[in-house]
Ligand binder design. Sequence first.
Ligand SMILES: [Zn+2]
Ligand SMILES: [Zn+2]
Length: 366
Amino acid sequence: MAPSRSRTLRRCQRVLYWIPVLFIGLIACWSYYAYVIQLCVVSMKNIGEKVVCLVFYHLLFIMFLWSYWKTIFTKPMNPSKEFHLSYTDREQIEREDRGEGQQEVLRRMAKELPIYTRTLSGAIRYCDRCQLVKPDRCHHCSVCDKCILKMDHHCPWVNNCVGFSNYKFFFLFLADSLLYCVFIAATDLQYFIKFWMNGLPDTQAKFHIMFLFFAAAMFSISLSSLFGYHCWLVSKNRSTLEAFRAPVFRNGPDKNGFSLGCSKNMKQVFGDEKTYWLLPVFTSLGDGCSFPTCLVNQDPEQPSTPSAHNSTAKNITETHPFPAKPLRESQNHLLGSGQTWPEGVSDDEKGQLGMSNPVMVIENET
Ligand SMILES: [Zn+2]
Ligand SMILES: [Zn+2]
C-alpha cells in the first residue's frame, strides 16, 4: 500500500512540475494571437510596417521557441561510469565506518580521475545517493534525484536541470525571450500611447494591445537582470551554484578556479565556431566531466594536465595523457563536431585524449 501511494504521489508531483512550463506556453500562445492578429492584422494600417513587424516577429518567435524547447527537452548529463564505484568498492565502503576508511577507497579511485575539487574539509566529493565520486562542478539535484554534470541550477520554468548539456540553450533562451519582449514592447509602444489618448477604435484589439505592452515591459525588466547576471557568470566561468559557494581546490576555495579569461570562458560554453553561437545546437567544449583549471600545478596529488603547459597536441600524446584511465564512456562532443586532429594521432589516442581535448583546443588558440 505504502509504496504504491508514494508512487502515485511522485507521479502527481511530476505532473505539477509542468505547471510553470504550461504557464509560459499559454502566455506565448496568447502573445502570438495578440501581436499577430490583434496588433499587426487588425490595428496596423501601414502595409510596410505590418510586413516588417510580422517578419521580424516570426523570426524572434521561432528562435524563442527553439531555445526554450531545447532547454526543456535536453536531458541533463550524468557522470560517466568511471566515476561510479565498482561493486567491490561499494562493498568496501559499506563495510567501512564513515570517515577515514571510506576516504581511503575514494582517494584511491580519485587518483585515476581528473578531479581537482574537494569538499571544504579537503575530502573527496562523494555522492551517497548515486554512489559515485563527483566530477568537478557536478552536483546532486534533489528534484531530479541524480548527479548533474556542471550543474547550474534546477529551473522550475523549464522543469529541467540546467547543466553542462543545456546551459548554452538556457542562456540563449534568456537572450531570445528578452529580445522577443523588447521587440514587442518597442513596436507596440505607439499603439499603447494611442490607447491612452483614445486614438484606437473601440474594439477588443485595444485591450490586447494594452496588456501586451504591460506584459512585454514587465518580462523585459525581469529578464534583463537575469540575462545580465548570466552574462557575468559566463564571463567568469562560474555556475550559479559556484557563484554562491566557490569551488574548493587543494589550496582552498577559489571562485576563479575555472576561469581562463573572458574569451576562453565564453568559448567553453558557446564553442569555437562563432557561426553556431546564436543557434541552440550543442557546441560547448569538453565532455562535462573535467574542466581545465589554472590551478592544476598547485595540486601535488594530481598529475599535471596539458592545461598547465603551453603544450601542443603532439607532445600531449608523447607524455602520459591524463587521465591514465581512458574515459571511453564520456561523450566527447569535440570529436563529433568536426575538430581537426594533428597528424599522427591515432583513433585510440584520440579516445584517450578525450578528457584533455578541450584543454588542448583552448590552449592551441591564443
Ligand atoms: Zn548524486
Ligand atoms: Zn534537477
